[in-house]
Design a protein around this ligand. Structure first.
Ligand SMILES: N[C@@H](CCC(=O)N[C@@H](CS)C(=O)NCC(=O)O)C(=O)O
Length: 262
């Protein structure tokens, strides 16, 4: 059976897994679901969050596990030198646990009031039924997101501070002139950073769904422009430019769907 990647169209952890899959050259189909409805696909596969990668009868329910699986299959995503490999994995873990959640919380805090934009980025690639049902359940999903991510003006501000802190750490690491985070070669550390920073940078080559810079509220747009201008922001954008190819949207995958069922 052709491997499948269960996603939410806008999720930055899904972009990380998608990027790894695209690098691996393994053919796969993407099944995108909007938040909450994704659980109909992840729960039966032993997970909760997306991405979930179904391959060879097994389910990989965490983005790092997906990358490690692809690496074991020969995708060459990590440095070969054991010390550099450990370093790349530690960076990936740090981005996964700090940058990913805090970028997400700050961006949701900016966008939860903008239902039309949310529908635009959350539903591409979903089944017809999901697309029809979603506007009706969106108000509930928004409340759920606010509650489960503990979004308040103060927590969003704190999260933005932590995003800046990660950007400063990346800048310090790059200050010795190295071209990539774990050394001389493009690795999982680089595309994990670029993917998880994407919600605050809105890179044109993001393959999932992101709002355009001109679609987001002005305060968010100003912050995105500030972050894009930093050394780390420019580095992430360069990763997309040099290592992500031309942009496309998950609708492309809709035509590849084996079925609408999870
Ligand atoms: N540690 C997980 C985190 C993934 C994650 O947080 N995914 C979010 C979307 S960006 C999600 O599925 N949230 C909904 C949920 O947990 O039910 C990974 O790296 O795969």
């Amino acid at each position: 059976m052709i491997p499948r990647l269960i996603t939410m169209p806008h999720s930055h952890y899904c972009e990380k897994a998608r990027w790894a899959l695209d690098l691996s050259g393994i053919a796969y189909v993407e099944h995108a679901h909007p938040p909450l409805l994704h659980m109909l696909a992840t729960k039966p596969r032993g997970g909760r969050s997306v991405p979930v990668f179904e391959h060879d009868g097994k389910n990989y329910t965490d983005s790092t596990d997906i990358l490690l699986r692809l690496d074991a299959l020969g995708a060459n995503l990590y440095p070969l030198d054991p010390e550099r490999r450990r370093d790349a994995l530690a960076l990936e873990d740090d981005f996964d646990t700090v940058l990913g959640p805090h970028a997400r919380r700050w961006v949701y805090a900016q966008l939860l009031a903008h239902s039309r934009l949310l529908l635009k980025v959350m539903t591409p690639g979903a089944s017809t039924l999901e697309r029809i049902a979603y506007p009706a359940i969106l108000p509930f999903v928004k409340r759920l997101i606010r509650k489960s991510l503990r979004i308040t003006p103060a927590s969003a501000e704190r999260s933005l501070g932590l995003v800046h802190q990660t950007f400063t750490q990346v800048e310090q690491r790059l200050s010795d002139g190295r071209p990539y985070l774990a050394g001389e070669r493009f690795t999982a550390a680089d595309f994990t950073f670029a993917s998880l920073a994407a919600p605050v940078l809105l890179p044109p080559r993001y393959r999932g769904c992101m709002p355009g810079l001109d679609e987001v509220p002005q305060t968010m747009r100003e912050e995105v422009l500030r972050l894009r201008a930093t050394v780390a922001g420019r580095f992430a954008l360069r990763m997309f430019e040099q290592h992500r190819g031309a942009s496309s949207q998950p609708e492309k995958h809709a035509s590849q769907r084996a079925s609408d069922s999870p």
